[in-house]
Write a protein that binds this ligand. Sequence first.
Ligand code: FES
Length: 111
Amino acid sequence: MTAREVSGVRVGPADLPADGEMTPVQVGDREVLLARIGEDYFAVDNLCSHAEGWLDMGFLVPELCQVRCPLHEGRFDLRTGEATHEPATEPIAAFTVTVVDGGVFVGTEPR
Ligand code: FES
């Protein structure tokens, strides 16, 4: 697979999070949270499904591959968007991330 064959929005090197960090990125008309754990990247909606907390202001929980909301401590699985801790009960959208030829591409449609 080459970069030309990948669909999605390329995130430039300057916008990529370091290992153990996360950052908001614009993908079309959505703000997506891009997180990095080791060499793996994960992308989910940046807005919490409970009461619209901004997840990029929260905390990455790398050992669980989760993000914790800063407002009420709801948590989401970064691989699936599944809500894993109350008060969050509804999932958030998760997006495919593809790394090819040194480029990181975030899918524009939820998985
Ligand atoms: S807004 Fe995220 S848990 Fe309440």
